[in-house]
Design a binder for this molecule. Structure first.
Ligand SMILES: C[S@@+](CC[C@H](N)C(=O)[O-])C[C@H]1O[C@@H](n2cnc3c(N)ncnc32)[C@H](O)[C@@H]1O
Length: 390
């Protein structure tokens, strides 16, 4: 297949969201099975890549490399924070460079020594660094960081090192893992890295049980566009307060950060508005902090919904206007939706198990209005809270 034809097919297939339909489209264009797989990979890189990198169309990727790479928004936030904590940075070490997501963000600001073990990944990495014209800012080392930390020659290349960034592979022997000791290298490798430089920034999976992190570090959960992207452990001068471990949540792209506090929050009946916190604030357990900040109450001590009588506009909370609180009987919900003329219904469930497929089948509503049914616990009871988007 010639280059232009291939590019045309990639562009057309990229417009199709459904993966099976993409394949069917290519089959209908009489593309050979062998070419289909290659084109589908390129379509995947193009569509997923551009979510993370504005220059994705010029970059190279591998499936795993792209999945694990940090997107521009998050990587830039981290470099901003490193700079604001350290003042200036003379040199950074990227201990597990991957396809270069983090190295690129750092090298746009300061020199980086980047280590990567996988030769295929190194090739992709070098290409991506060139796409950003950063060859002179990055020293690429192919090798195993767990061995290099004991290599005198390598260590001497780290003079003037101000910060280490460590993003281990979250793929264990049996695939993706949230267990930090199954990472490669394992999380405990931070103990070796801290001997080289105390200012360390570690990216871990959002699925990690944060109570298991015993190190003396700040723990920050980061979301971008309403999705938790990662958890960061900040060591040394990257900590906000040397005297304590601080728990933080940050919502991007607005860059709104809060520190966790532990006030007592009252549990009350559902009020005029229901508020759903950003997922980074839920994962970081800053629900109480948000409640205190915005003078809200909870509807259940263990459920991440807040309630209040005033309409609030903040990126940290989705706001729903409460129309009715009822039981979870489908007929009753349908009757209320009809009465309220709600025919376009979205559903959410939190703190109670619900068969969403059945709910979609059985709860239909009637009318032209749009609304939302939230299945959750209010006090000790299961309830359906019927809302509209505020
Ligand atoms: C999560 S990815 C890094 C992604 C990178 N931060 C980015 O944004 O593109 C982890 C990388 O670490 C590499 N790696 C795993 N073990 C390593 C080791 N012992 N030494 C150096 N690199 C290693 C893997 O090959 C993989 O490319």
């Amino acid at each position: 297949m010639n280059h232009d034809n291939r590019e045309r097919l990639i562009a057309e297939a990229s417009k199709i969201r459904d993966i099976n339909k993409r394949r069917k489209y290519l089959e209908a264009q009489r593309v050979s099975d062998e070419d289909i797989d290659g084109i589908l990979d390129d379509v995947h890189y193009k569509t997923k890549g551009r979510d993370k990198f504005p220059r994705a169309s010029k970059m190279k990727f591998t499936r795993d490399g792209l999945a694990m790479a940090t997107g521009k928004a998050v990587a830039e936030y981290r470099t901003w924070k490193i700079r604001s904590q350290l003042g200036s940075v003379r040199k950074a070490l990227d201990a597990c460079a991957g396809i270069g997501g983090d190295t690129i963000a750092m090298a746009l600001r300061w020199p980086v020594v980047a280590v990567e073990i996988d030769p295929e990944m190194i090739e992709v990495f070098r290409h991506n660094i060139e796409v950003y014209g950063l060859q002179n800012k990055v020293e690429v080392v192919q090798g195993d960081i767990t061995k290099l930390v004991n290599d005198e020659g390598f260590k001497s290349s780290l003079s003037e090192l101000d910060v280490i960034f460590f993003d281990p592979s979250r793929r264990g022997e049996r695939g993706r893992t949230v267990k930090t000791e199954e990472y490669t290298p394992p999380l405990s490798f931070v103990e070796e890295l801290l001997k080289i430089c105390p200012n360390l920034c570690v990216k871990i999976s959002p699925g990690t049980d944060l109570d298991r992190i015993r190190y003396n570090c700040d723990i920050e959960v980061i979301s971008n566009r309403g999705e938790v992207k990662e958890v960061i452990l900040w060591f040394g001068k990257l900590k906000l307060d040397q005297e304590k471990k601080t728990a933080l949540a940050t919502k991007l792209p607005e860059k709104v950060t809060m520190e966790r506090t532990t006030p007592e929050i009252e549990v009350t009946q559902v009020k005029k508005y229901l508020f759903e916190p950003d997922p980074a604030y839920i994962k970081g357990r800053l629900i109480d902090t948000l409640a205190q900040q915005y003078e809200l109450t909870q509807i259940h001590s263990k459920i991440a919904y807040l309630t209040g009588d005033e309409l609030l506009r903040t990126p940290l909370l989705k706001t729903y206007e409460v129309l009715r609180v009822t039981g979870t009987e489908q007929d009753e919900i349908n009757a209320i939706l009809g009465e309220l003329e709600i025919g376009r219904v979205d559903f959410k469930a939190r703190g109670m198990s619900v068969d969403m497929r059945k709910i979609h089948e059985k709860i239909q509503g009637r009318g032209r209005r749009r609304g939302l049914v939230v299945f959750t616990m209010v006090g000790k009871n299961n309830a359906a809270i019927i809302c509209r988007y505020a």
